[in-house]
Design a protein around this ligand. Structure first.
Ligand SMILES: [Fe+2]
Ligand SMILES: [Fe+2]
Length: 348
């Protein structure tokens, strides 16, 4: 008996339809095709189209400015605090991805993206080492700031608690509580860490770039922000996908728990901004960050179907202009793979 093309096609379709984001043992996780979650594959392709390395960005001007007297003590503090925060936050995200999330995502196209993202987190950590080395900073001071500065330590501890729950050898998403803990971890990292905790730092560092100061670091932050924007969008698709496949997990109590986490995170982020800006610097002060963090948190809440809480204005409208990379000296012009997806990304 011969097998027709239609038979093969319908077999393949039914195979794809049996794929699941979590608890999906019906389809081998090594079998990528046929795709079910096209969004995961598209995020993967977008990430690959944006490949960059920090060492390709010249640092000569930054070194000159850092050694000169053009930056005030307050400005130096902002830069140091942000390097200190990001240097370890990137590593926390990478470790959580590989050690806590990866194993429990049972879908091949999502895992393909997670592998790409893990590499990008390594590139981001590499960026902070490259900046530290270029400027001749004390690497121990920067890479241990998550212990010595309370506003940074509190953000990291908040995240590490969410990782811990998944590191128990008996942890499984087969149980209701286990699956909820995985969802909370995904929200804690994609929505809160990469979607809220990173954003004050992006504004602060890009404000220098805007004033034509520390432009090498600014360029690197633009590339990081572009990568993180894809991480955030993938995370939102993954969270909403798991929610759609397992609606019983999203109880009113769970929703309240998540809202509580986001409120706590917003306070931690505002405290961090206050710590970075005790006196304010040109165009930036702690009060504006209170508005900004609320505004960003509302955008994230909306994306996972939760009510907005803050209704504050966006105090830094220049951010979208700064992030329009097509207006910048085009880093990718000389490269084989040009940056392809500017129009598909949303900057905050
Ligand atoms: Fe990152
Ligand atoms: Fe990330």
């Amino acid at each position: 008996m011969s097998i027709s093309f239609d038979d093969i096609q319908s077999n393949q379709d039914s195979l794809a339809s049996r794929k699941r984001l979590i608890n999906g043992s019906a389809v081998d996780v090594n079998q990528l095709m046929p795709l079910k979650y096209r969004w995961a594959w598209e995020h993967y392709l977008n990430g690959c189209a944006n490949h960059w390395m920090p060492t390709e960005v010249p640092m000569t001007r930054d070194i000159e400015i850092w050694r000169s007297s053009r930056l005030s003590q307050a400005e130096r503090l902002v830069i140091m605090r942000n390097l200190g925060f990001f240097a370890t936050a990137e590593s926390l995200v990478g470790n959580n991805l590989v050690l806590a999330i990866f194993k429990h995502i049972t879908n091949a196209e999502c895992r393909q993206y997670l592998l790409r993202q893990a590499f990008e987190e390594a590139v981001h950590t590499h960026t902070f080492l490259y900046i530290v080395e270029s400027l001749g900073l004390d690497e121990r001071e920067v890479f241990t700031m998550y212990h010595s500065i309370p506003a940074i330590a509190r953000k990291d501890e908040f995240e590490m608690k969410l990782t811990e729950a998944l590191l128990d050898p008996d942890f499984s998403t087969e149980s209701f509580e286990g699956a909820q803990k995985l969802l909370a971890n995904l929200i804690g990292y994609y929505i809160i860490m990469e979607g809220i905790f990173f954003y004050s730092g992006f504004v602060m560092m890009l404000s220098f770039h805007r004033r034509n100061l520390m432009t090498g670091i600014g360029e690197q932050f633009q590339y990081i922000l572009r990568d993180e924007s894809i991480h955030l969008n993938f995370g939102i698709d993954l969270i909403n996908g798991i929610k759609a496949e397992n609606p019983e997990l999203w109880t009113p109590e769970f929703e309240q728990y998540i809202i509580g986490l986001i409120k706590e995170a917003v306070e931690l982020e505002i405290a961090y901004a206050e710590d970075c800006l005790p006196q304010g610097i040109l165009g930036l002060n702690a009060a504006a960050f209170r508005d900004y963090v609320g505004h960003i948190a509302d955008r994230r809440l909306e994306r996972i179907g939760l009510p907005v809480l803050y209704r504050t204005p966006h105090p830094f409208p220049w951010m979208s202009e700064t992030m329009d990379l097509s207006k910048e000296k085009n880093f990718f012009e000389t490269r084989v793979t040009e940056y392809q997806s500017a129009a598909t990304l949303q900057w905050e």
